[in-house]
Design a protein around this ligand. Structure first.
Ligand code: ATP
Length: 208
């Protein structure tokens, strides 16, 4: 089974590309969905996070107040690192489980949609790696319009991530999403052909 990596920057268009893969019959494992599940009330991840951050991050229902936790870790790099360290094993095994299920179903090509593919070193599992790139001005505009945030807020979220240009250098396939949705569709078609083609030795991972 081929596991294609799909990543990019915040608001660069990963979900849009991920939906195109699904519409073309290619199953997608979405790391954000897995990450939400590992924080559900009563799970191992939930227990670890509550033990570390206290009951004040909980809603009256006992579920984690995600926006509150997000705010805490966004403003404190040590706490952000702690949260990542606590949840990373649950997220990795959750993703592996989803991959395993698809493998058992006989899927030949699947996509791993992981915003932090490089940071979490999951790029080792995937070939080829697709980075959805967008020019900085368009990225800022789309983020502000999608999330209704100010330029300052959007910029600070963009700057908290690994630079998108650096991710681009690590890609096997770059999808430039700076244009229209029609342009994106066209680039996606080209990427789809490459994803379905047999691997070269380099893509197979000799270079990694
Ligand atoms: P995040 O990392 O925040 O989840 P993302 O990388 O998944 O973001 P999307 O949500 O797919 O990005 O795209 C960001 C916004 O830009 C969305 O509102 C989406 O509808 C819009 N968008 C994506 N591609 C285009 C395009 N080519 N033209 C216009 N709007 C677009």
């Amino acid at each position: 089974m081929r596991i294609v990596g799909l990543t990019g920057g915040i608001g660069s268009g990963k979900s849009t590309v991920s939906n195109l893969f699904k519409a073309n019959g290619i199953p997608v494992v979405d790391a954000d969905v897995v990450a939400r599940n590992v924080l559900k009330k009563g799970t191992g991840g939930w227990r670890k996070v509550v033990a570390a951050f206290g009951n004040e991050i909980l809603l009256p229902s006992g579920e984690v107040d995600r926006p509150k936790l997000g705010q805490i870790v966004f403003n404190d790099p040590d706490k952000r690192q702690l949260l990542n360290r606590l949840l990373a094993p649950y997220i990795s095994s959750g993703i592996l489980l989803e991959v395993l299920k698809l493998w058992m179903k006989g899927c030949k090509v699947i996509v791993l949609d992981v915003p932090l593919l490089f940071e979490a070193k999951m790029d080792r599992w995937t070939t080829p790696i697709i980075v959805v790139w967008v020019d900085p001005k368009t990225q800022l505009e789309r983020l502000m319009s999608r999330d209704g945030t100010t330029a300052e807020e959007a910029n600070s979220r963009i700057n908290a991530q690994m630079p998108l240009d650096l991710k681009k250098t690590k890609a096997d396939i770059v999808i430039d999403n700076s244009g229209s949705l029609d342009d994106l569709n066209e680039s996606f078609r080209e990427a789809l052909v490459r994803v379905k083609k047999p691997l070269t030795w380099t893509e197979f991972g000799l270079s990694r």
